[in-house]
Design a binder for this molecule. Structure first.
Ligand code: HEC
Length: 143
């Protein structure tokens, strides 16, 4: 990693780990959305149908201003960091159990107690968030 990239990485790690009040679950398959909201959040669907163009827009966010690649790495498996690791997007079981609505919730709320920062509303728009979710899905099994 280049020096500038490392600096960005450290700043984002720090910003993301500030809201430590809530504990996260060490089991990666456990929902991140609070139980009282889960059912409603799971049903939220992207207003955008999946197209190669939108996946490409998502890819640009992932590698660009979204900063996702600094933690989730080029191949989606995630970099190894001290503490709780970023999600491995190539995990088929994880891809299957999470709905797009839950992924959007994470982008809007971050994951308290981990390095996963709030991104939608802080760096990327909601539309860009849906596009990056389409790109994250491309790491999973083909439909
Ligand atoms: C500073 C490091 C960091 C950055 C930058 C980052 N993430 Fe994460 N991300 C994490 C960590 C750590 C987790 C694991 C959180 C957990 O287990 O609750 C995670 C988890 C996730 C999850 C899985 C949540 C779930 O329900 O299992 C999604 C989706 C996600 N990140 C998307 C993104 C996207 C999209 C971006 C860029 C817009 C991004 N992340 C940027 C560190 C990061």
């Amino acid at each position: 990693m280049k020096r500038k990239k490392i600096a960005v990485f450290i700043i984002v790690m720090f910003a993301g780990s500030l809201p430590l009040a809530q504990a996260f679950h060490p089991n990666i398959y456990e929902p991140r959305v609070p139980m009282d909201q889960l059912e409603d959040v799971q049903e939220i669907e992207s207003p955008f149908t999946t197209t190669p163009e939108r996946i490409e827009l998502g890819r640009q966010i992932y590698f660009g201003k979204g900063l996702c690649v600094t933690c989730h790495s080029k191949n989606g498996e995630g970099v190894k960091v001290p503490g709780h690791s970023p999600r491995n997007f190539t995990d088929e079981k994880w891809q299957e159990i999470r709905t797009d609505g839950e992924l959007m919730w994470i982008l809007k709320n971050g994951s308290a107690g981990t390095g996963m920062p709030i991104r939608v509303g802080k760096g990327i728009t909601e539309e860009e968030g849906w596009h990056v979710i389409q790109f994250i899905r491309s790491f999973g099994p083909a439909e």
